[in-house]
Design a protein around this ligand. Structure first.
Ligand code: GLN
Length: 185
């Protein structure tokens, strides 16, 4: 199984390590030519959604990746990646891929003190550690299925082949989310 990891900014290296541990072949998506090859799934990492969004357009990656996602390519998106997939961002006028019918709130836990670690049940996965870093949460859905909540806030969602997480599974020892993603492909 071959997974492309968007490697423009943010914590893509940690994702690559996890995917390899789970038996996937991994390559980095940095420029248009990188996605000419065949691949089975896409990872959109955490980082800064405004920066990643801008680079996607500048590097001519936005349209082809958008097409792939709409076409059903399995996607695992974390934190900023989740923001890229949301059809609406409550506190930002940008919309990026907009392929998951949900509204998210950026920096929803406050900017400075908004990083914390907890654990919770994720549907289809089990009880897993969850690390939040200036994270968004899902403030509403318009069709996306909610897979996990923390303190009454939705933090994981799925719509078809797209899985979006407000937290960072790449930073915890647990590989359950990656196995869930790879198995779903
Ligand atoms: N705060 C970032 C944003 O709004 C997301 C943070 C992260 O990916 N760790 O894009």
């Amino acid at each position: 199984m071959v997974i492309g990891v968007l490697a423009l900014q943010g914590d893509f290296i940690e994702h690559e390590k996890k995917l390899k541990e789970c038996g996937a072949e991994v390559f980095e998506i940095r420029q248009r030519g990188d996605i000419e090859r065949d691949f089975d799934g896409l990872v959109l990492p955490g980082g800064e959604s405004t920066v990643i969004g801008k680079l996607l357009h500048e590097l001519d990656l936005f349209e082809p990746l958008h097409k792939k996602i709409i076409g059903g390519m399995p996607v695992l998106a974390t934190c900023a990646g989740m923001i890229l997939l949301a059809e609406r961002i409550e506190n930002d006028e940008n919309v990026y891929f907009g392929t998951i019918k949900m509204t998210v709130r950026r920096n929803a836990y406050g900017r400075q003190l908004g990083s914390f670690r907890t654990s919770s049940e994720m549907k289809g996965v089990g009880n897993i550690p969850m690390t939040f870093i200036r994270a968004p949460y899902i403030s509403g859905t318009n069709g996306a299925e909610i897979l996990a909540e923390v303190d009454g806030k939705a933090v994981a969602a799925r719509q078809g082949n797209q899985i979006a997480l407000a937290f960072h599974p790449e930073l915890d020892e647990c590989n359950m989310v990656y196995n869930y993603f790879l198995k779903s492909i």
